[in-house]
Ligand binder design. Structure first.
Ligand code: KG4
Ligand code: ZN
Length: 363
């Protein structure tokens, strides 16, 4: 029996201001509250997330959201064992707001502060349901990332492959923008795709015929842009959405089959997790389900609410780190914010495949 840990988690790295209270006991997580306040309406007129608007909205909402999560959990600040907040990667203004809020609450409550990597939150999100022991193969598909990782344990991630240009969510968002479908793009494209013919356009499947696990989506988006110029009617747009989504499904399922072939499950059941905002897409889930079962693996996808950004996964990452005695430094209070923070830092340093410049590699 281990001590139970009650952790407040805070997430502000993109356009969701979120706070959650989670209790971890004997490896089992129980959510006491899970509040997500989206800023969709603020960003919708610009068809994308505007970093300055996001930072200001987080600043207005962060302490209210924390108060709402504590109220819903029905506990006092004195009952917390720690506070975890996303310290990166993400839009730096928002990350700073969450980090400062988390540090302030931790100091006021006299408990540890745990800086959390947002991507580790996504990577651990299937464990919120309690049925996903290590190790597992992870496909992380979000607005900023698309990569296969071997998750061997807490903090033990090996990159197997990554996009070399756009992330899948980014491709969905750009395709939606091209056709004026609104924001966020992923759900809009998915809704329209249901009405379209997936064989109407033969879009490229980038890097599909090359060996390995690297992926690319920038060319696909450009191919869609050429066709989208002439698409006026809803039916024409639906065909483009369906054909685009089919190309993404083909690439992800073929690369997943290859990743499953190299992943070492250690002899037991092979678990294949899909996490991140794009994992909310039903057609993609179905394609991955088929790839998993054809390769003797079980697909695990968090519930939709925990695929997109949320604070429950941040609280879980904080709680698991605290339970494992993996807190850095002076209670984390000296932790800075990081716009880029790859999960497999060694691989990103020695062989960066995506992102660069002064901020460093994304993967
Ligand atoms: O994980 P997330 O909430 O934020 C990041 O960390 O990036 O992912 C957001 C991304 C956006 O690009 C959004 O368009 C995409 O996930 N997304 C979807 C769907 N729901 C969200 N993409 C495809 N189909 C969906 N249903
Ligand atoms: Zn995310």
């Amino acid at each position: 029996m281990t001590r139970s840990l009650t952790i407040l988690g805070i997430e502000t790295s993109c356009d969701e201001t979120a706070a959650a209270v989670l209790r971890l006991k004997d490896g089992k997580a129980t959510l006491l509250s899970d509040v997500i306040r989206t800023q969709l309406e603020e960003h919708a007129p610009y068809l994308g997330v505007v970093p300055e608007i996001a930072a200001r909205a987080h600043a207005e909402l962060a302490d209210l959201t924390v108060a709402a999560a504590m109220h819903a959990a029905g506990i006092s600040y004195a009952e917390l064992d720690g506070v975890a907040a996303t310290a990166g990667p993400g839009l730096i203004g928002g990350v700073l707001v969450g980090l400062m809020t988390g540090k302030a609450v931790a100091q006021a409550a006299g408990v540890a502060f745990i800086p959390v990597n947002h991507l580790e939150g996504h990577a651990l999100s299937p464990r919120l349901a309690g049925t996903c022991p290590f190790p597992y193969l992870l496909l992380l598909v979000s607005g900023g990332h698309c990569q296969f990782l071997e998750v061997r344990g807490l903090g033990d991630y090996t990159r197997l492959g990554s996009t070399i240009d756009d992330a899948v969510g980014e491709a969905f968002d750009k395709v939606a923008k091209l056709m004026g479908l609104g924001f966020p793009g992923g759900p809009a494209v998915e809704r329209l795709a249901v009405q379209g013919n997936a064989r109407a356009h033969e879009f490229p499947r980038p890097l599909l015929n090359r060996p390995g696990l690297e992926m690319s989506f920038a060319g696909l988006k450009s191919a869609v842009a050429r066709v989208a110029q002439g698409a006026e009617t809803q039916a024409a747009k639906a065909d483009i959405c369906a054909s685009f989504q089919a190309a993404i499904c083909d690439v992800l399922s073929e690369k997943s089959a290859r990743a499953l072939a190299v992943f070492d499950a250690g002899g037991g059941e092979t678990r294949f997790v899909v996490a991140g905002g794009v994992a909310a897409n039903k057609a993609i889930r179905a394609a991955l389900e088929a790839a998993a079962s054809a390769n003797g693996a079980r697909l695990i996808a968090p519930p939709l609410r925990h695929c997109t950004d949320n604070a429950a996964m941040i609280a879980l990452a904080g709680a698991e780190r605290m339970a494992a005695g993996m807190l850095d430094g002076a209670d984390g209070l000296d932790a800075g914010s990081r716009p880029r923070w790859p999960l497999d830092e060694a691989a990103a340093l020695s062989a960066p495949v995506y992102g660069g410049g002064h901020k460093g590699a994304k993967a």
